[in-house]
Design a protein around this ligand. Structure first.
Ligand SMILES: [Zn+2]
Length: 420
């Protein structure tokens, strides 16, 4: 084994790339991943025997593939592991003195001293499985959570194996980590934006169940910075090469993590807000990875449209099939008026300055409370709607954070008092 820290290198064949040329190296690596996503990766591991006292368990991905050191005579381990197809997975193996506390479909490997942290995972399994089954179908493949010795190590994922330190003893995090892996188990897909995007979307959904919508938006918010930066770079590059509308990547075919994790999580969330829970669940239950091929590039769109009975072509064009950057929505005008029956109304016009359309929520704050409603505002367009209010409207807040925007400084609009 060679490499730095826990990384072992393996050779790949690509065009040349240079660290000094911005993102060129990452782009080349992403293209390699896309090209080889259907390939198989085979690994032959040979670990010499010795006089180890303790039993060590070898994990290849989510599978325990052997143990060494039992009963004095340690003959070592010889195994072959495979990843087929490779997809977005980084082949991973681990060898440690694990305590095996597996309970189907969860394989749980903890290190001594982390019993309490491991029990958080055991306890979170049942509610997490119930939640995932309801939204994404029953988990089919085993998942594994394996402990890391260093409590400050960043978690690392390889397929349905998550390596994360159990020192933290955090039940909220354990639940979210389990939900993520169970979604992978329930919903295999060769499309990274479906496979990874849905798992990250599910983390936010699960938080909503426990802590409400704002808690869920906070989980999504962790993704915001990374992908806003990527969209800004793409927009800047597009301006340089005039004629090209955007230098970004279509979500439907990307192998760039920032897009297929962070952007995809937001896209699924927006689709859920537009389609509703029941329709999106129905669409997800019908999803089959083998049908999601290039033969029908609109497969996901059609599943959701059929369930929601709504045209979402404009949304998929702006967010999934192309990278049009982000919307930027603000209040263009507000007109208060009274109906013949005496109820108070306001007419609100929103304008979207960006190149991507969105259905945005907005909240009217008035003397008698607040009203939240939603409206579709397409790219470089305006949209108008009426809202019934109780008492004089004072302020309008556009977007609760569920729609990623390039500019959020123009989202609050003060309504001046009507002249008598
Ligand atoms: Zn994942």
């Amino acid at each position: 084994m060679r490499g730095a820290g826990y990384v072992a290198w393996y050779p790949i064949t690509t065009e040349s790339a240079d660290f000094s040329e911005g993102n060129s190296l990452f782009e080349v690596a992403d293209r390699w991943k896309a090209r080889e996503a259907g390939s198989a990766f085979k690994l032959a591991l040979s670990l010499p025997g010795g006089s180890r006292e303790a039993t060590q368990t070898l994990l290849c991905g989510a599978e325990a593939r052997g143990s060494s050191g039992q009963a004095g005579k340690d003959r070592g381990i010889q195994v072959e592991c495979g990843w087929s197809p490779l997809g977005t997975v980084t082949p991973t193996f681990a060898l440690a003195e694990y305590v095996d506390e597996s309970k189907a479909p969860l394989k749980l490997f903890s290190l001594r001293g982390h019993e309490t942290g491991a029990s958080k995972y055991s306890n979170a399994l049942e509610p997490a499985t119930k939640f995932v089954s309801g939204w994404f179908g029953p988990p089919v493949a085993p998942i594994a959570i394996a402990d890391l010795a260093d409590p400050n190590s960043a978690p690392f994922e390889s397929g349905t194996l998550l390596m994360a330190s159990m020192a933290a003893e955090d039940s909220k995090l354990a639940g979210i980590n389990l939900v993520h892996e169970l979604v992978h188990s329930a919903l295999p897909s060769s499309r990274p934006w479906v496979y990874e995007g849905l798992a990250h979307f599910a983390e936010a959904l699960y938080r909503q169940e426990q802590g409400g919508r704002q808690a869920a938006l906070d989980v999504l918010g962790l993704h915001r910075a990374a992908f806003l930066d990527a969209e800004k770079e793409a927009a800047a590059a597009a301006q340089k090469n005039a004629g090209e509308k955007s230098a970004g990547q279509p979500l439907s075919s990307t192998f760039d993590e920032t897009y297929y994790r962070s952007k995809a999580a937001y896209v699924w969330w927006m689709l859920r807000d537009m389609a509703g829970d029941d329709a999106l669940k129905q669409a997800i239950h019908k999803y089959r990875s083998e049908d999601d091929t290039d033969k029908n590039p609109k497969y996901v769109e059609q599943l959701i449209e059929a369930a929601a009975k709504r045209d979402l072509g404009w949304f998929f064009d702006d967010w999934v099939y192309r990278d049009r950057g982000l919307p930027d929505v603000h209040v263009q005008s507000v007109h208060p008026w009274q109906t013949e029956k005496g109820s108070q109304m306001i007419t609100v016009t929103l304008e979207n300055l960006g190149n991507a359309g969105a259905e945005v929520p907005f909240t009217v704050i008035c003397e008698g409370g607040e009203v939240t409603t939603r409206i579709e505002v397409h790219a470089k367009s305006t949209a108008t709607t009426r809202v019934e209010v109780r008492g004089a409207a004072r302020e309008i807040v556009v977007n609760d954070g569920s729609v990623p925007e390039s500019d959020v400084t123009n989202n609050v609009f003060q309504i001046s008092a009507p002249q008598k």
